[in-house]
Design a binder for this molecule. Structure first.
Ligand code: ATP
Length: 513
């Protein structure tokens, strides 16, 4: 199974490259680790995903507006937000392999291995006994109870060590669990050190510490510092939201798994400002709404699940992830956090400026509470690409790779393909292209045989192909071929728009939410 999943990810990566979705950054210089460029098809797909999110947030909700704040911010912003002091990951190196790891991930992987052992024992016992009581087995089987004790102890020790920033305790846990480096196979570890994930640079021409600024590690702070600007100029009344799409930068210690964990990535965040005391109601509201938004894409409801945070970040009083079933298993796609009044309060303190809302109904000022929804655009891209990627064996024994991308998000909605260039077919096809291009992103191609061209369109997820042949010149009809079913039908040129409109329309997709 694990191999199948690895293969899927590998296939998605090579398909992305071959068909112009994603390239390694600076590839001709052997690439830059965990940084990627989006190609001609990737950029279209990415823009369509953004549109789906942006329109959902700002057009479907009369009380949410969007902004576009700068990447560079005053350095004190990151003091106030807690990022300078606490945006750290514990890092450890293996002295033999010289490989670097996140200490918490090493421990989590070791815990997962123990859990695997428990699962195997359960599987074995279930086969052995006809009537099998799993709960009873877990609480009475000596070996399993011992394993579970180890897991619980490791979890508690890690939570305590991370909570108190005690890196010595973290190292001791790695030693006590006898964790070995998967590369060198040795237990020869350095001390565990805290590593701040923010990239810094200097502003102005003099490299002094006072000029040090950061590349934002999240877009949220740009919303918080503009909270009053937007509220006043937009005459917003609580509850209201501010949405933003933008780049974020994190110097991830271990950046793996393609665009799942990048050093430069894009976030789509919405901060929803509410009356204190009402945050849990809105937290539940946004959990349900965001799940519905994801599931409306049609990639399979079973591929999404909630994961509640037990260890809450310093700013949150409730938090969960929406996880997606990526090729490497269920992992975080989106975070939904009830951030209390932590950020606005802290910016009030550090800036000395009031960041309060006057509630005319209550006739009082207060700092609103915030519910945040934060989704990684690139992770969303990976979720869509990996679930859309399908290898199919056809009835005639041939094979095709088709990207079953939700049609409204597909890079191109329709391809116009003259059967051949000559006899006036190309001119006729161009006329159709020129008519449709105002409504849909169209693709035109007149090289190679039609079968090959259909396959290329399948491979980039184009929902419809229109073929222009000699009959078209006589009766103004074309063949329309549907990506998912490969069914072909003869329709009039004037009917093309109405036939494809609904299934590729962003509005129709949004109406389903
Ligand atoms: P993780 O636990 O995976 O590091 P996180 O909890 O730190 O993620 P948040 O700070 O909640 O992530 O960021 C919100 C969203 O931004 C995440 O749900 C994810 O989709 C995206 N994201 C975070 N870090 C990265 C990254 N390095 N590369 C790509 N997307 C990211």
């Amino acid at each position: 199974m694990a191999n199948q999943e690895d293969n899927l990810l590998k296939n998605v990566i090579s398909h992305s490259k071959e068909y112009g979705f994603i390239f390694q950054s600076s590839e001709i210089y052997d690439g830059l680790s965990a940084v990627y460029d989006y190609g001609q098809n990737g950029a279209e797909l990415k823009n369509n995903i953004k549109e789906y999110w942006w329109k959902f947030m700002t057009m479907m909700h009369e009380n949410i507006v969007g902004i576009d704040s700068a990447i560079f911010m005053h350095p004190t912003v990151w003091k106030a937000s807690g990022h300078v002091d606490a945006f750290n990951d514990p890092m450890v190196d293996n002295k033999d392999s010289k490989k670097r790891y996140r200490a918490d991930v090493l421990v989590e992987d070791a815990i997962a291995k123990i859990q695997d052992k428990i699962d195997k024992e359960v599987e074995k016992a279930a086969k052995r006994f006809e009537t099998f009581d799993k709960a009873m087995f877990l609480s009475t089987n000596g070996r399993v109870v011992e394993y579970q004790k180890k897991i619980d102890e490791a979890n508690t020790r890690m939570k305590d060590a991370l909570g108190s920033s005690n890196m010595e305790a973290m190292k001791q846990l790695i030693v006590d669990m006898e964790i070995t480096d998967p590369v060198s196979g040795t237990k020869n570890w350095t001390d565990v050190r805290q590593f701040n994930l923010m990239f810094s640079t200097e502003m102005g021409s003099v490299a002094e510490d006072t000029n040090k600024i950061y590349l934002r590690p999240e877009t949220a702070q740009g919303i918080f510092v503009n909270f009053l600007n937007v509220q006043k100029t937009g005459r917003m009344k609580i509850p209201f939201g501010i949405a933003q799409i933008g780049k974020a930068f994190r110097n991830e210690i271990v950046a793996r798994q393609f665009i799942f964990r990048m050093r430069e990535f894009e976030q789509m965040e919405m901060q929803f400002f509410v009356k204190p005391g009402e945050e849990m109601k809105w937290y539940e509201f946004w959990k349900a709404k965001r799940m519905k938004w994801h599931q409306t894409l049609g990639l399979g409801a079973e591929n999404y699940r909630f994961h509640d945070h037990l260890n809450l970040a310093h700013y949150a009083n409730a938090a969960c992830d929406i996880q997606f079933n990526f090729p490497m298993g269920f992992k975080e796609l989106e975070g939904i956090h009830s951030r209390t009044d932590f950020d606005l309060k802290s910016h009030e303190k550090f800036s000395g400026k009031k960041l309060q809302y006057f509630d005319s109904e209550e006739n009082q000022n207060y700092i609103p509470y915030v519910v945040e929804t934060s989704v990684g655009l690139d992770r969303l891209f990976l979720s869509i690409l990996s679930k859309s990627y399908t290898e199919e064996k056809l009835e005639d024994g041939s094979e095709r790779v088709v990207l079953r991308i939700p049609p409204a998000l597909a890079p191109h909605k329709v391809a116009i393909l003259p059967l051949m260039k000559k006899d006036g077919l190309a001119e006729k096809a161009e006329a159709i292209f020129n008519d449709l291009k105002f409504d849909f992103r169209c693709f035109y191609e007149d090289k190679d045989n039609i079968g090959k061209r259909y396959r290329r369109m399948d491979a980039i997820g184009t929902p419809y192909c229109i073929t222009v042949d000699h009959q078209t010149l006589q009766d103004d009809t074309v063949t329309i071929r549907v990506r998912d079913t490969m069914k072909q039908e003869r329709i009039a040129i004037h009917a093309i728009k109405s036939v494809i409109q609904d299934s590729v329309s962003m509005a129709a997709l949004l109406k389903k939410i």
